[in-house]
Design a protein around this ligand. Structure first.
Ligand code: NDP
Ligand code: GDR
Length: 329
């Protein structure tokens, strides 16, 4: 039997790396969209970390260029397309709202168009986000909770989400959307709060730094492990019918508590080392997110496998190793 083919946009990001690993291990031929970078030598650092950089077939392209997407989809003829590429840092979306709209919003429409035109039988996954709930309308959010986006990023994701639903209903595409709550790992970008904390904790432990400056310590998030969440993405595309699913752990924790767990892991006390810097506050905050993933658990047989404590320990340990080896990610 010939191997299934998957095309992943955002292959160099956190989720792209874990999803590639999952699919390579399942015997897929994995293709990734690679945007041109002046730092070509480090662009595949996450894939290298997982030992699969040379197992992915790269295609030069960009989400804002529909013509290249059509050509790539035509050439690859994928069975499954995972649209993970985005300007994904919420805080930057206030500084670059139009870029965020072009990539995170219209970029998803470009991928949907490329699939509709060049490979309508492919199954499509859209990386939707719990940020779409924003100013939450229900204390625990599920697929039926109304959205209320609070950032240009979330507004762009909402457009991409509804385009996915619309292409499913209008053209019969097998298009599914995963409304994923925050998920982290040692491969998380350094600008996101969890990794900023675990990297800071490791630096403080090694005597390289004294404090970590943070923004809103009271914000609460439902944090899971990226490795568990890419499994849910794959499961969605194995279903006979496309649909939308919330993926979350069902536990919400404050940034402050995340700090306490990370410092405790190395025998230090968080309050001795963290301070608040208004530069890291946001013009509009998402105060709390708390997901209900019952639908995914029942329909997909998915459940989170990593506890927050295990996640924190894995991230801090990875940062300690990286700093001792003078590696950067
Ligand atoms: P990352 O920020 O780690 O990765 C983003 C990826 O998108 C990178 O590969 C980046 O490439 C690529 N990219 C950015 N702009 C373009 C562009 N114009 N053309 C092509 N590629 C581009 O994100 P994550 O892996 O954390 O998240 C994956 C997806 O899931 C994103 O869409 C994110 O918004 C969404 N999401 C993430 C959640 C999370 O908690 N992690 C939760 C819910 C949704 P490069 O390496 O060149 O920068
Ligand atoms: P988020 O992740 O905005 O939820 O988006 P982030 O880790 O950036 O922020 C989480 C919460 O922590 C608060 N916070 C800080 N955040 C950062 N980055 N830096 C700080 O110093 C800091 N101090 C406090 C924030 O205010 C916020 O409340 C992530 C991204 O992966 C999105 O792409 C994805 O869609 C959502 O998760 C679900």
């Amino acid at each position: 039997m010939t191997a299934k083919k998957a095309l992943i946009t955002g292959v160099t990001g956190q989720d792209g790396a874990y999803l590639s690993k999952l699919l390579v291990d399942k015997g897929y031929e994995v293709h990734g969209l690679l945007r041109r970078s002046a730092s070509a030598d480090v662009i595949d650092a996450r894939l290298k970390w997982l030992g699969i950089a040379n197992k992915v077939i790269y295609h030069d392209g960009n989400l804002v260029d529909l013509s290249c997407l059509i050509r790539i989809v035509e050439d690859v003829a994928p069975d499954e397309v995972y649209n993970l590429a985005a300007q994904s840092f919420v805080k930057s979306s206030w500084q670059q709202p139009l870029l965020t709209g072009s990539v995170t919003g219209l970029g998803a429409a470009n991928v949907l168009e490329a699939v509709r035109i060049a490979r309508p039988q492919a199954r499509f996954y859209q990386a939707s986000s719990s940020e779409m709930y924003g100013l939450i309308q229900e204390p625990i959010q599920s697929e039926t909770t109304p959205f209320y986006p609070r950032s240009p990023y979330a507004v762009a994701k909402l457009y991409a989400h509804w385009m996915t639903v619309n292409y499913r209903e209008s053209f019969g595409l097998h298009a599914s959307s995963g409304i994923l709550f925050n998920h982290e790992s040692p491969l998380r970008g350094i600008e996101f709060v969890t990794r900023k904390i675990t990297d800071g904790v490791a630096r403080i432990k090694l005597g390289l730094q004294k404090n970590i400056m943070l923004g809103n310590l009271d914000a609460k998030r439902d944090w899971g492990h990226a490795k568990d969440y890419v499994q849910a993405m794959w499961l969605m595309l194995q279903q006979e019918r496309p649909d939308d699913y919330v993926v979350a752990t069902g536990r919400t924790t404050s940034v402050r508590t995340f700090c306490e767990l990370a410092f405790a892991h190395v025998g230090l006390t968080a309050e001795d080392h963290i301070s608040v810097d208004p530069r890291f506050m946001r013009p509009a905050e998402v105060d709390v997110l708390h997901g209900n993933s019952e639908k995914a658990q029942k329909a997909l047989g998915w459940s989170p496998e990593t506890s927050l404590e295990q996640l924190v320990a894995e991230m801090v340990e990875a940062d300690l190793v990286r700093l001792k080896r003078h590696e950067h990610l």
